[in-house]
Design a binder for this molecule. Structure first.
Ligand code: ANZ
Ligand code: ZN
Length: 829
């Protein structure tokens, strides 16, 4: 019978589904294991990156099930977001319709791959049954003071009439229409993630070992903790004070000017009535229209303008000019910088450009810095000089001493700053979860009542060609009554950032059909945290940080009782084509559906798993998928050829007594070694490719030994046991093929309920070992010696080998070293 993947695969997919083989709940007394892959955006079709992601997760899920765990493996859809709106505009189809038909299509594509999902837990974030809980969290966070509204400059496209995320601004232009992006002040809702900066940083400690180091350090950098001091500079001839944030209080005697962010509120006061005023205003306008990415780039040409004002350095009383500079950010530290050109590179470049003084206050041990000849700032450690009473201290000592002095003299204090910003969750978008607040002329901003949730996103709207949200001109949506005073009010028309949905979906899966609550604590606290999370490294910062924050915020609102959502993280590499990422725009896409039609799902899965270790990128190749197909067929043929000869045997069921010949002994040894290797590779290292390679070797051995073994009852037992092991070991990778063969072998219980085979040490004891014999450092023989032989016996055998004899003939043996099981080294002259 020819291997027919289409027939076999659909048969087993149906069988597993009808029997609910992957359904699990939280009342089991087995230990739980929660396996989760990052859920897909329903863009239309699944691509190879998805196949790789979900195949990796499915191996973990199936393996853990075989290891006796109660495994939850859910799937759902990250279904709100911009592409649906764009497609709606382009194809004149409603975003809801577009999204749901994509979901239907992708669900059937995923089903065709045979993943062991518990589909009863499926969710789509655009369903009101999902986002209503998010609206509830919004109200809880508001109550708890974790949410606030603030005006802030945003990237704004005047043509599309909408805010753009930083990622949607390309070289200062709108990604969609190439209009120059402006900065516009808008009132937005912010989640106070900065309240959790310290905990988010500290808890990374708990994730070490379970998360890739690279991701941990990316999160650390994103949170960006800086320890330093705030120093207050008095403005000359004024009552005003400008505090600066510095990580280098030890350099304070070297300040030669001050730089303010263009948006700094003091700028207007400083230039008032001064001749520079108009020029400064023009400069500020130009710089504030640049986007943040450009402003923070290292290549930014440093520019600034003198305000005409001066301030006083509290440490030495010197008077320094105040500049406005393009590289100073308003929302970091205090938005003002004490500039020390001798020891800070940006200040150095700025000072050279505008001919400002460079004062050396830190001297290195081995050279003497000369400000007139320096070509760059000196930023390494050294000894404080020209620093009053602090001179002579090392700069590390100085950092603390200066900070203490500031505190004692009430002109500064030690402080900590984080690079992390509060999370702006407002989007001027239609296809998102409505924000549950209303604006009332009497009462101001009023949260919706819980019993009014969900605030449904109206589906009966006309989307605008230019991408503007239709919500502000949908009267049925905006006109509402104030929950507080009952008078007419207006509904918030911004929707939530889609990252809000993906921040808690892992929790909803634990109780996805609950209509009374987002989840029950019993279900969530049983399943959570996720034991193994798998996804692309492109989410290393935002999604993972937001989900970590959300977990802590929900914990503090008494919704759950753990601190971190994902105990272990595996970041998978990309699937490449001709060395670059597969993408529609490059036209280098391999469609999984085509591949499944040609080779079957098992082969496609196998190739994605065998091509490389999970974390590494790999190239899609015809020869690669052909190779996987050949291996699948090789297993199939082995069974076919032995039809009628095989017994219905459990894996690792043959005994030492069954091994009456060399071949049998060898097969049994190899069988047990393979169980050990494959299990270790999967469990400890996610080395699925080497686990598969080990099974391939066993299959090769079986081909070589089968004729010798199939002749008698004991031999057949050995053969059947080993084949049964192959089928079990391969079942997480090629589940349909294995399930079919399992049935052909006469098993009545489905393979999805089988246990992972267990090896025995006894079977792995070798009775002959290969020993290399060297004479004066050169290999002269390889001997098969009984494993039980003593050192002396091995030495005798070595000395009597014909070739060795030839090389020691007529010489005196000076020394013999025996490394048991490996080597005999003879020194003779
Ligand atoms: C004086 C100084 C001397 C500095 C020196 C550095 C070296 P991190 O480590 O990133 O926290 N700074 C402070 N606020 C800023 C802002 N809003 N925009 C741009 N730069 C700002 O960097 C802290 C340092 O960055 C601060 O320490 C300040 O320059 C600058 F030899 O103060 B420093
Ligand atoms: Zn009101």
């Amino acid at each position: 019978m020819k291997y027919d993947p289409q027939a076999i695969e659909t048969k087993w997919q149906e069988t597993w589904a009808t029997n609910g083989d992957f359904h699990t709940d939280h009342t089991s007394d087995k230990p739980k294991h929660y396996v989760l892959e990052m859920f897909p955006y329903p863009s239309g079709n699944i691509h190879m990156g998805h196949v790789r992601n979900y195949s990796l997760g499915d191996v973990v899920a199936r393996f853990m099930r075989m290891k006796g765990k109660n495994v939850m493996h859910p799937m759902g859809w990250d279904a709100f977001g911009l592409p649906a709106e764009n497609a709606a505009i382009k194809n004149n189809i409603h975003p809801a319709k577009w999204t749901h038909s994509n979901i239907d299509n992708m669900r059937s594509q995923l089903s065709r791959l045979g993943y062991s999902f518990d589909w009863r837990r499926e969710l789509a974030t655009c369903d009101k049954e999902y986002y209503r809980w998010e609206q509830l969290f919004f109200l809880k966070f508001l109550e708890k003071g974790l949410l606030y509204r603030k005006r802030q400059a945003q990237n704004w496209c005047p043509t599309c009439n909408t805010v753009l995320a930083n990622e949607q601004v390309e070289d200062g232009l709108c990604w969609r229409c190439d209009t120059v992006v402006e900065q516009r002040d808008l009132a937005q809702w912010f989640l106070k993630i900065t309240d959790y900066a310290e905990e988010l940083l500290a808890d990374l400690e708990k994730l070490k070992g379970g998360w890739p180091d690279r991701v941990i350090s990316m999160q650390e950098n994103w949170i960006g903790k800086s320890v330093g001091a705030e120093i207050e500079f008095k403005v000359e001839d004024s009552e005003e004070v400008i505090p600066v944030f510095t990580t280098r209080p030890d350099t304070a005697f070297g300040v030669s000017f001050m730089s303010l962010a263009p948006e700094h509120p003091m700028v207007e006061k400083l230039i008032e009535g001064k001749e520079q005023a108009d020029d400064v205003r023009a400069f500020v306008k130009r710089i504030t229209n640049m986007d943040r990415i450009e402003r923070t780039s290292d290549n930014l040409e440093k520019e600034g303008i003198f305000t005409g004002a001066y301030c006083i350095n509290p440490l030495n009383g010197t008077k320094v000019p105040v500049y406005v500079a393009n590289f100073v950010l308003v929302d970091y530290g205090t938005g003002a910088v004490m500039a020390v050109p001798a020891h800070d590179q940006r200040d150095f470049e700025f000072a050279r450009k505008y001919d400002l003084p460079i004062n050396v206050v830190i001297q290195p041990e081995d050279e003497k810095l000369d400000p007139t000849t320096m070509t760059e700032a000196y930023t390494a450690p050294g000894v404080m000089v020209n620093s009053g009473d602090f001179s002579g201290l090392t700069n590390e000592e100085g950092k603390d001493k200066v900070a203490v002095w500031l505190q004692e003299n009430t002109c500064g204090k030690k402080t900590i700053n984080y690079r992390l910003r509060d999370w702006n969750i407002s989007r001027q978008r239609y296809w998102g979860a409505p924000i549950p607040v209303v604006y009332c002329d009497e009462c101001g901003i009023v949260p919706e009542k819980e019993e009014n949730l969900p605030i449904e996103l109206p589906l009966n709207v006309q989307t605008h060609q230019d991408g503007r949200s239709p919500l502000p001109d949908t009267p049925e949506f905006i006109n509402c009554t104030c929950p507080k005073c009952g008078k007419p009010a207006r509904r918030e028309t911004d929707t939530m950032d889609t990252f809000v949905e993906s921040s808690w979906y892992f929790a909803r899966y634990t109780d996805a059909q609950n209509h009374e609550a987002p989840f029950t604590p019993e279900a969530l606290n049983y399943w959570a945290p996720v034991d193994q999370y798998i996804g692309g490294v492109e989410h290393a910062i935002l999604h993972l940080l937001y989900a970590r924050f959300f977990t802590k915020a929900l914990r503090d609102c008494d919704y759950l009782d753990f601190d971190e959502p994902f105990s272990n993280l595996l970041t998978q590499g990309m699937v490449l084509m001709d060395g670059s990422k597969m993408s529609k725009s490059k036209g280098n896409v391999v469609d999984p559906t085509d591949m499944i039609a040609r080779y079957g799902a098992d082969t496609v899965r196998l190739f994605c798993l065998f091509a490389a270790p999970p974390e590494r990128d790999f190239e899609w190749s015809e020869s690669g998928i052909d190779g996987s197909f050949r291996f699948v067929n090789r297993i199939w043929r082995l069974i076919e050829e032995l039809e009628g000869e095989l017994l219905t045997a459990a894996p690792c069921s043959s005994t030492a007594d069954d091994c009456t010949c060399k071949e049998a002994k060898n097969i049994r040894l190899k069988e047990h070694e393979t169980v050990k290797k494959a299990g270790d590779d999967i469990e400890q290292r996610f080395q699925f490719n080497t686990a598969i390679a080990a099974v391939m070797e066993l299959v090769n051995e079986l081909y070589l030994a089968k004729d010798a073994l199939k002749g008698d009852e004991k031999g057949r037992k050995v053969l059947s046991s080993a084949i049964s092991t192959v089928i079990n070991l391969m079942s997480p990778f090629t589940p349909h093929l294995c399930e079919e063969i399992w049935e052909m072998l006469g098993h009545t219980d489905r393979l999805v309920h089988a246990q992972w085979p267990t090896y025995s040490e006894e079977a792995m004891v070798k009775d002959v070992l290969t020993v290399v014999v060297q004479v004066n450092g050169k290999v002269r023989a390889r001997l098969e010696v009984p494993a039980a032989a003593s050192k002396d016996e091995v030495e005798e055998l070595a000395k009597n080998d014909a070739n060795v004899l030839k090389h020691i003939e007529g010489k005196t043996i000076r020394k013999v070293i025996v490394v048991p099981g490996k080597l005999v080294n003879i020194v003779a002259n």
